[in-house]
Design a protein around this ligand. Structure first.
Ligand code: GLU
Length: 309
């Protein structure tokens, strides 16, 4: 078995010098200014050893990676009743698409497209003030990452709110079908803020550990979710975690993963590792270009694809 630290350091070096870096997301003005030349990677193994490469300690906007954590929280809160408000099938369309919503009675395909994540956020908000719901989400991040320094980037949140017309359309549309229960502004406010959580690759890999080790933090032994729930969240990450690029990601990387337009990806090698990569340049479907290539290289060299080596 190749040495993990060497493999991660080699990949970081290879990615640093690649000329093809994808395009930084521009529809959220605050993200448009991020330097595309950055690349970071962090891998935590079963012993809790962390292998890092490149800009692994630089915080970035986790964006849609936050949807894994809000899904976990919402399932913890209302269990399988969540599936009345959101489906769990791949969408085969863009992350911010509205067409399917009309055909399917306002119930979004899965919790990882924008409409689905907004519906999930609405469930976390139920019975709370937006501030309390956000506090709950942030405390959960602190707990699973063992790190109370994780915060929300208010500038990114404000930038998203100012320009989030498409998300407002999705939310209003769902509201018209009775899928959302709270005032649209409240739900969107919480959604924009959790997308604006800033974390480094190291922090994100720490936060993903419960998904790699059957719902438990392998270092403290603290249980976050049941093994069954961790398995199911991983299944949804595999089938829906990269929008319309989910099939390609499974084909090339072979791990459950969730991407965000900030260029981050959380990937889980069940029983083996929790992995975070970040490179801000995106491919044509909105997933980190070098992040995906780095993960493909890692799984190939380590033999970690869930489909075999
Ligand atoms: N906050 C972003 C949006 O709603 C998240 C999109 C993403 O990361 O894919 O558009």
């Amino acid at each position: 078995m190749p040495d993990l630290k060497t493999v991660v350091a080699d990949i970081a070096e290879e990615m640093r010098t690649r000329p093809d870096r994808g395009e930084v997301a521009t529809y959220i003005p605050e993200l448009a200014g991020v330097d595309p030349n950055q690349f970071g990677m962090a891998v935590i193994d079963a012993e809790g050893e962390v292998a890092v490469g490149g800009d692994a300690d630089v915080p970035f906007s986790i964006q849609s990676v936050s949807k894994v954590f809000t899904l976990t929280l919402a399932l913890g809160k209302i269990g399988d009743r969540l599936w009345r408000h959101v489906g769990r099938e791949p969408s085969g369309s863009a992350f911010n698409s509205i067409v399917q919503l009309e055909y399917e009675g306002g119930v979004p395909r899965n919790p990882f497209i924008n409409a689905g994540a907004i519906a999930v956020t609405d469930q976390i908000l139920a019975g709370h003030e937006p501030r309390e719901a956000l506090g709950e989400i942030l405390r959960f991040m602190h707990f699973i990452a063992d790190d109370t320094s994780i915060t929300i980037d208010e500038k990114v949140a404000a930038s998203e709110r100012r320009t989030g017309f498409r998300n407002a359309a999705l939310a209003n549309y769902m509201k018209s079908f009775g899928v959302l229960q709270n005032p649209v502004d409240y739900t969107l406010g919480v959604y924009f803020h959790h997308c604006s959580i800033a974390m480094s690759c190291r922090q994100l890999a720490m936060a993903g550990r419960f998904l790699a080790w059957r719902g438990k933090n392998p270092t403290t032994g603290h249980s976050v979710v049941s093994p069954e729930r961790a398995r199911r969240i991983n299944a949804i990450m595999l089938t829906c975690g990269h929008y319309d690029g989910s099939g390609e990601f499974a084909y090339r990387v072979g791990l459950p993963g969730k991407s965000g337009v900030g260029g981050g990806i959380l990937a889980i090698a069940p029983g083996i590792a929790s992995i975070a990569v970040w490179s801000p340049g995106l491919d044509s479907v909105g997933n980190s270009h070098l992040g995906r290539i780095a993960l493909e290289t890692l799984t190939k060299r380590m033999g970690w694809s869930i489909f075999g080596d």
